[in-house]
Unconditional design. Structure first.
Length: 249
């Protein structure tokens, strides 16, 4: 479970450019929940994800993963639990390295002490099997440079890479914003499948209201650094797409 308690984030405090990006945000997110986060530009969505990932420290308030207070734990030490996928399919992968080597790098980043990263057949087979679950035929291309794949293919692999090991929390910051509609649909399906298969606690930021309506089992609307609406699975199930569109006037 992720628990945020009275989180405040003020950028440039005391200066004319001071901004309160998050204003007294308290949230509990149950393990395995898929939360969709929507809100206008500048409402604080990315700042919230940054604080959960540890990329930013809150000005005040606490962040807990289960019983652990992780508020002061830096991003690199949270990465064993937290994986993050960004808008740009080029970020997080090395284009000149093969798919397999990209998976090796990802495993090196997240692996816990004692876990062996196979450089041999076992690791190769594990990667091939995982990639096959995408149903994109990419398992036949694992020795091909990452840079030769399409944005959608890379983003699907980035998603998979991010959950190879002990990931419990998956943060998706507009992962389809840079993709064509067909690739975007495929990535959303893949993300949903991965989240359910590995029972991840997932938070998706999206400006695509259709995706916000279709996916996830909780829907949160942010506005001016606050949680404005918070719908559980039942309420979200009753929400029509037109109602959601009305939230944005
Ligand atoms: N590093 C920073 N320095 C100063 N102000 C910042 C910084 N990061 C974010 N902000 C400000 O904090 C507010 C919230 O920004 P944030 O990026 O969290 O919004 P968002 O909801 O993710 O927006 P978008 O939908 O446009 O991505 C905005 O007013 C933004 O300008």
């Amino acid at each position: 479970m992720i628990t945020l308690q009275t989180i405040q984030k003020v950028f440039n405090p005391g200066e004319p450019t001071q901004v309160t990006a998050l204003n007294d945000v308290s949230l509990s997110i149950e393990t395995g929940t898929f939360v969709v986060l929507v809100g206008s530009n500048g409402s604080g969505k990315t700042t919230l994800l940054n604080i959960i990932a540890g990329a930013l420290a809150p000005s005040s308030g606490t962040v807990r993963f289960d019983d652990h207070d992780v508020t002061r734990i830096p991003e690199y030490r949270r990465s064993r639990w937290v994986a993050r996928v960004f808008q740009n399919p080029l970020s997080g992968t090395a284009p000149e390295l093969s798919i397999l080597d990209n998976f090796r790098l990802a495993a090196l980043r997240t692996t816990r002490k004692g876990l062996r990263i196979g450089s041999g057949e076992a690791f190769r087979a594990k990667v091939r099997d995982r990639i096959a679950t995408l149903g994109m035929g990419l398992e036949a291309k694992i020795d091909q440079p990452m840079g030769t794949l399409s944005g959608g293919q890379r983003q699907a692999l980035t998603l998979l890479m991010s959950v190879m090991d002990h990931t419990e929390i998956l943060l998706l910051d507009e992962p389809t914003a840079a993709l064509d509609p067909r690739s975007a649909a495929l990535i959303m399906k893949t993300a949903d499948q991965i989240a359910r298969t590995y029972q991840l606690t997932t938070i998706l930021i999206t400006h695509n209201l259709r995706d916000a309506h279709t996916y996830g089992d909780r829907l949160i609307l942010m506005g001016e650094g606050k949680v404005v609406r918070d719908l559980d699975a039942a309420a979200k199930g009753r929400l029509q797409l037109v109602d959601l569109a009305e939230w944005f006037g």
